[in-house]
Design a protein around this ligand. Structure first.
Ligand code: DTR
Ligand code: CA
Ligand code: ZN
Ligand code: ZN
Length: 438
């Protein structure tokens, strides 16, 4: 038993997640990463994503059949995406660069708010090859990221971390646009990007469900989403260096992403797992003129769009309170034999809103014949929550246990009290310590 003032545990667990994202590996001294309380992401309407693909298809059709770097179809694609984002309240900027003698463009869209020192970024290359409209490669990633950004706007999401979205030019020429973006960022700005999520080909006609095996937290975020919808995933093994995430990874930014496959052939085991056709390419129209809206697998596009939203929502959420926070009073308080009730107080401060529906009340009361005791929790407004009634037959000693109380109608901050009364003669004891865990 020791005397101490009410204290608040310093819980670093919630920041371990940021540390994981920042460093790509768990910090040596990091506490186990506590669950992050997040708002559930909305469903991303497949119809909206497909409407963007239809627009990109039309743009290609009206501009020589492609949306390639240096061609009119690319700039028209960028103008389409930018107009949607401007109308939805994003702060957009267009970054110009030159590649192979032609002007290229990146589109960056920032969602106002959030901690810019912990920026979560999602992106996709917007250019196609010159031999086709590039609807899966990579209209699919571009449209899904766009619709996720629009969902952020519809929700007026206010995540703890800052959200940024990027659409890259000239990926097909060798990740030119994303490299230009990253290389143009001062290192101080790069270090603010806690993670980059890449989506390049996520609607392949004979799809697989591949998750990049890079940052463990991002990888797990995607894996748990897909396992939650009963879809098995595989680690993307051919991905290194094959798309824009490489530009970010090369400067030490944690990356992750999703992929449904390109020219590789689906195995029979994969066909067993995912359906589709074994012995056929995941996308038989890869880099071809048939990479059109009719070559998209809707189920794959929908699932991946929803996975993107899930990742954006969960990786950008901070926790309003570090979970596992507790307030304790370890001062001894004697309980008079068959006498008046006594109280012990903890002061809760710095929290927002109400107490939780599952407020844990840990008590440690040393007392013989504990059946003598009546125990209550008193909220700051005086509301009493009965934790234990007296019981003449309960002859065991001490009450060392944790009760749970639905305190969701009580404001969290204020003086909470444990009230203990000994209602029967001869046995005595004291409050050793007690604590509230939010
Ligand atoms: N290089 C991409 C397509 C691609 C091929 N393999 C992977 C692996 C992971 C992401 C993308 C890709 C392109 O042609 O745009
Ligand atoms: Ca959906
Ligand atoms: Zn490509
Ligand atoms: Zn691509």
């Amino acid at each position: 038993m020791k005397l101490s003032v009410p204290r608040r545990a310093a819980a670093a667990a919630a920041f371990a997640l940021a540390g994981l994202l920042a460093s790509g590996a768990p910090a040596a001294s990091a506490a186990p990463v506590a669950p992050v309380t997040t708002l559930a992401a909305p469903d991303i309407p497949l119809a909206n994503v497909k409407a963007h693909l239809t627009q990109l298809q039309t743009i290609a059709t009206n501009n020589g059949g492609n949306r390639a770097h240096g061609r009119a179809g690319y700039k028209a694609s960028l103008d389409y995406v930018k107009a949607k984002l401007d109308a939805a309240g994003f702060t957009t900027s267009v970054q110009q660069f030159t590649s192979s003698g032609a002007t290229g463009y990146n589109l960056i869209a920032d969602w106002p708010g959030g901690d810019v020192n912990q920026t979560v970024m999602a992106g996709a290359h917007l250019d196609s090859v010159s031999s086709g409209p590039g609807i899966n490669d990579n209209g699919s990633g571009s449209a899904a990221v766009l619709e996720t950004a629009l969902a952020v706007s519809r929700a007026q999401l206010q995540p703890a971390k800052h959200l940024r979205f990027g659409w890259w030019g000239a990926e097909e020429l060798g990740l030119v646009g994303s490299k230009y973006y990253v290389n143009s960022l001062p290192s101080t700005e790069r270090s603010k990007i806690s993670g980059y999520l890449n989506f390049d080909m996520i609607g392949s006609s004979n799809p697989g469900y591949f998750v990049y095996d890079d940052d463990p937290v991002i990888e797990q975020t995607f894996k748990s989403y897909f396992s939650g919808i009963g879809v098995p995933t595989e680690i993307e093994t051919e991905g290194d260096g094959r798309s824009d995430h490489a530009s970010f990874k090369n400067v030490g930014i944690p990356v992750g992403g999703l992929f449904t496959g390109a020219s590789r052939t689906k195995s029979s085991a994969q066909a067993q797992k995912w359906g589709g056709t074994a012995g056929q390419a995941f996308d038989r129209c890869y880099h071809s003129s048939c990479d059109t809206t009719s070559s998209i697998n809707d189920t794959a596009l929908d699932r991946n769009s929803d996975a993107i939203a899930h990742a954006v929502w969960s990786l950008s959420a901070g926790t309003t309170e570090p979970p596992g926070d507790f307030y304790e009073n370890a001062a001894d308080v004697t309980v008079p034999d068959a006498g008046a009730a006594v109280t012990s107080t903890v002061n809760v401060s710095g929290r927002s809103g109400n107490a939780p529906a599952v407020l844990k009340v840990g008590v440690d009361i040393k007392h013989t014949w504990r059946g003598d005791l009546v125990i209550d929790l008193l909220a700051p407004d005086g509301t009493a929550y009965r934790l234990k009634n007296s019981s003449g037959s309960d002859s065991a000693d001490n009450v060392i246990t944790t009760y749970t109380v639905d305190a969701s109608t009580e404001t969290a901050n204020g003086d909470w009290k444990l009230r203990v009364q000994d209602v029967a003669r001869y046995d005595t004891g004291y409050i050793d310590s007690w604590k509230l865990t939010f």
